[in-house]
Design a protein around this ligand. Structure first.
Ligand SMILES: Cc1cc2nc3c(=O)[nH]c(=O)nc-3n(C[C@H](O)[C@H](O)[C@H](O)COP(=O)(O)O)c2cc1C
Length: 459
């Protein structure tokens, strides 16, 4: 499978042209792209956008690549209903990466005083942002102790031509590797890759042990080795088909103001780890595509975060509860804080077991609602209905105070300490009120009648 963003876009243009929107009008790099994307979302549309003319730059911006979960299915090459299971099945099959000697991004390399980030169409998303931000900044680096590679998105604020503020607030691998480098009094060599096939985005969110390679997981998801190439100036392997690569290092012992930033929570976030990334080289393909991921409470970012987490939770809950039907980490919970799990309950206590398992997976998760298997976890109205008719406050709610949370969640303490809540919204085993249901025959007949009625209405 081609491992490049360009090919993914070309396939979408061929298969679902109505989901690729070309904007030829000139737009301002400040706020216009956010405005258009949020307007589309307001109307229930999640297209992939290509903005061809950004004021002040010659490069086009592609955005909304992953704004709808359908795109993950496209990336995996399967129908939507098979996406979760396909991810789980392929992710256990780890494949080592293979090196491409001459990668497209080697075509143009700028170093030293040639480095000028202001030439890129880096966008400003909301008025609260003090500077342009690279939001699709996939940071690739290596553990200075074990040599394990990693890649993950981390917001980057442009400070000047070659200096970025970077926040590692998720406190995951890049954060830990930087900490380890700092203890050795070393800068952490790193590359920021922009413009990637969505499989890289999916895998970047995976929760692997700190000494396991994400590159091998990407290979498993592609079903063939991930193609990597050496950076132009660093001894570091990065996705070979990257559009743009910023090479440099996260400075040891240096902290500078960064933010506030329009975060995925829908709030301006003033919390940051205040790290600094010095850019020492920029390499890029001929006519590169600049990728953006819409900030703020938007489908673009929150869908990416939610999808991979669903697969992790399914896997974890399955180890302890026999009949897990589905898991949904919804956009309404910012793609991280809430999790709905449906199970076919065969023993009392299983919902609580599922709640413990989900909380054990991701410190970001702070509300788990468990429902029966007749409830559609992808329909939030159905989940709330189950809560309203099967939950009782004195016996269905588990509260876990003083837990690790997300520091960007404004309701946590300054250190990100949170209280987690699990809600068992399943029926007790045994006799219970009967849910109203029509027969399949009636539903099929009704669907036909409704279709005909709509045709008549349109006449
Ligand atoms: C678009 C996007 C932007 C993100 N921005 C940040 C960020 O600025 N800082 C952060 O710590 N995590 C951020 N995350 C979450 C991390 O990318 C995620 O936790 C990832 O697994 C971290 O990779 P690592 O374990 O290699 O550090 C972002 C995720 C997405 C999808």
């Amino acid at each position: 499978m081609p491992q490049e963003l360009r090919d993914f876009i070309a396939k979408m243009e061929a298969d679902r042209p109505d989901e690729v929107l070309h904007i030829q009008d000139e737009v301002d790099p400040k706020y216009d792209v956010t405005g258009v994307m949020l307007e589309a979302e307001r109307h229930g549309h999640y297209p992939l956008f290509l903005f061809h003319r950004i004021k002040g730059s010659d490069l086009p911006v592609v955005t909304g690549v992953l704004s709808h979960r359908k795109r993950f299915a496209d990336a995996l090459g399967v129908p939507l209903e098979q996406a979760t299971q396909t991810y789980i099945r392929r992710s256990v099959n780890r494949i080592a990466p293979s090196e491409i000697r001459k990668a497209p991004f080697h075509a143009n390399v700028q170093t030293g005083s040639e480095v000028d980030l202001t030439k890129l169409p880096i966008l400003t998303y909301f008025p609260v942002d003090p500077a342009p931000y690279i939001t699709a900044a996939m940071v690739v680096t290596r553990d200075p102790i074990t040599g394990t590679d990693t890649l993950g998105y981390h917001r980057c604020m442009v400070k000047c031509k070659n200096r970025l503020g970077i926040s590692l607030h998720g406190r995951r691998r890049v954060w830990e590797y930087q900490l380890r480098a700092e203890e050795l009094k070393q800068d952490l060599p790193a590359a920021i890759c922009i413009g990637l096939h969505p499989i890289h985005s999916l895998a970047s969110m995976a929760l692997l042990p700190y000494d396991e390679s994400k590159f091998q997981l990407i290979g498993g998801l592609f079903g063939e080795p991930m193609e990597v190439a050496r950076c132009a100036t660093l001894d570091l392997m990065v996705p070979a088909w990257s559009e743009i690569v910023l090479e440099g290092r996260i400075l040891s012992g240096v902290r500078e103001p960064e933010g506030p930033f329009s975060e995925f929570t829908g709030y301006a976030s003033y919390r940051s780890t205040r790290h600094v990334f010095l850019v020492e080289a920029v390499s890029y393909r001929d006519k590169p595509l600049y990728q953006s991921i819409c900030s703020g409470f938007a489908g673009d970012l929150n869908t990416i975060m939610g999808f991979t987490r669903e697969t992790d939770v399914i896997e974890a809950v399955r180890r302890t509860v026999p009949n897990v039907k589905a898991v949904h980490v919804p956009i309404s919970g910012c793609g991280i804080f809430h999790c709905y799990i449906s199970i076919k309950k065969t023993a009392e206590g299983q919902p609580q077991q599922a709640i413990y398992a989900a909380f054990g997976i991701d410190h970001g998760c702070k509300l788990v609602i468990v429902v029966d298997d007749d409830v559609d976890v992808f329909d939030e109205k159905d989940v709330l209905w189950a809560m309203s008719t099967r939950m009782q406050g004195d016996r269905s709610i588990m509260v876990m105070p003083r837990s690790m949370g997300v520091i960007l969640d404004p309701s946590t303490t300054e250190q990100g300490v949170t209280t987690k809540v699990g809600i068992d919204s399943t029926r007790p085993l045994g006799p219970y009120a009967q849910r109203l249901e029509l027969s399949v025959d009636t539903k099929v007949r009704a669907a036909k009648l409704w279709e005909e009625a709509q045709v008549q209405m349109r006449r």
